[in-house]
Ligand binder design. Sequence first.
Ligand SMILES: [Zn+2]
Length: 130
Amino acid sequence: MTAEQDVFLLNQLAQGLASEDEGRRWFRQLASGEQRDVLSKLWLFAAQAGARESDVDAAIARAKLKPSFTPCVVLRNGRLKIQAAKVIDLPLEEREKSFRLLLALFQVADERRRNEECRNGCTHWWHAKQ
Ligand SMILES: [Zn+2]
């Protein structure tokens, strides 16, 4: 998959246009380095969409993860930017949970942006058909 296809799928996933199962299956078959790139991208998208520390609990609930799972504990543990970098670097066995968590964080932030800033039209191509 090319980088552009990755970005497209991530945005489809973020808006519920692609199923979570589909997203997880796709993520699982990626090589380790690609998975890490996807986590970095998701965090970048979440940050661009204005994700904040107060969004983390909503993201955990949305991803249907237990707050005691390692990526959740790490992400809640301080400044979002620093903690997100730690989540991206967690061991391989935490990757899938980290993917679900960062995707949900992007969804929470993107929904708020769409409701607050994009109501009267915007230039985010993935909001164009809303
Ligand atoms: Zn927009």
